[in-house]
Design a binder for this molecule. Sequence first.
Ligand code: NAP
Length: 438
Amino acid sequence: MKTYRVAIVGAGPAGYFTAQALNNSCDNERNFLIDMFDRLPTPWGLVRSGVAPDHPKIRTVTKVFEKIAAEPNYRYFGNVELGRDVHISDLEKLYDVVVLATGTSLGKKLGIPGEDLPGVISAADFVPWYNGHPDYVDVNPSLTGKYALVIGAGNVAMDCGRMLALVPHELSSTDIADHALEVFHNSSIRDVTIVGRRGPEHAAFTSPELRELPKLDQTDVLIDSQQVTEAIARVGNRMESEKDLRSNLEAMREIAHAEHRGNERRLSLAFLLTPLEILGDGKVERVRFSVNKVIDDKVIATDERIELPCDLLISAIGYEGLEIPGVSNERGRIANNDGKVREGVYVVGWAKRGPSGVIGTNKSDSSEVVKKIIAELPATPKGAVDISGSLSGEKVVTHDGWSAINAAELSAGQALGRPRRKVVSWSELLSLGGAKAT
Ligand code: NAP
């Protein structure tokens, strides 16, 4: 029996699905010892700090992660940052295989005038803020105006728009961060518009997300029916042959034709508008857009301009990769060849393919990379060298440490009738996790 030591950097879905695929490929000849590292004391990556709190079903994937973490071949090293506490070169010396599952966390910039005005924030900051990520507690967006615009027509824009538009009591029984729940309760935002630069037929939303909009308790959801009718006419026969496109456009048509209930809160989806400039005196007040049209499936700007009122602007136009020391970055991801970075170093998830795909996409993606890893395993494993010697044990949050944080959060939540009450400060997370800050 050969025992290979694998370091997985990043404890999000791509990291756990890699561990799962490795476990599934153990046989009489080989097995794996898996050490998983994360810069946060807490694991689960985007499932903890990205998934919207009103989507608890998506979070149930953590049951799979917990099962993997309970295996005797798994160890967790939280509060360990690549490049600060440990270098890829250290890991390469100690482990037979290093897998980078570091995601992408920087929001893409719009690159238009006015983007630095107060009241303009990236979804890459807004989402981890409402989800209680300890680095984003101070984002503290101002929800004191009436109008919010969310730029982008993808699922992240949809999450941000929905969170801003729903009545806060729909959030009271979720695991949203306490600080965010309070801000949403006091929010004056009543009119939210999600703005796509192309047509309804080009939107990146997925249809389950569109289909849940009419179920919002006290929010009217609006789409201009003419925009949807014209989009359906433009796509013609593709309505029959392209299932996802049909499902999206049908969901939009249903929304467009639904009766408005006269709710004070409104969530609108608007299309064919490209933001040109963010305007305001000391803070965002309006956004100027070019009005676009579609010709032969291409989007073309017309000479027409419109301005929409805006007290809060969230840009949700995708993500870029952070530079990771020891590997090169290429078009927002870690340079790789089908998941291979170099001998013994691999990459999975958004860090590999860029910021696309739902959580489940990472399962098949990680499995493919694990097939490559297995095919390229060295004939002789490196042997029993242990990372514990290279890390200050005092600062590591182990799996037991995370279990203590988890138990504290679950029991604090239970007392309030919520699934969990997140701990959002570094010092409290480290102290509950039994680790020191330095
Ligand atoms: P996305 O799906 O790639 O959507 C990005 C949107 O931003 C697109 O509509 C894009 O328009 C627009 N955009 C890009 N640059 C722009 C610019 N300069 N000006 C105006 N608009 C611009 O990205 P995402 O929403 O960040 O989502 C990332 C991935 O996570 C997706 O695969 C998504 O499905 C997934 N996700 C899933 C869920 C869920 O399952 N509930 C929730 C959140 C995220 P163009 O198409 O014109 O480029």
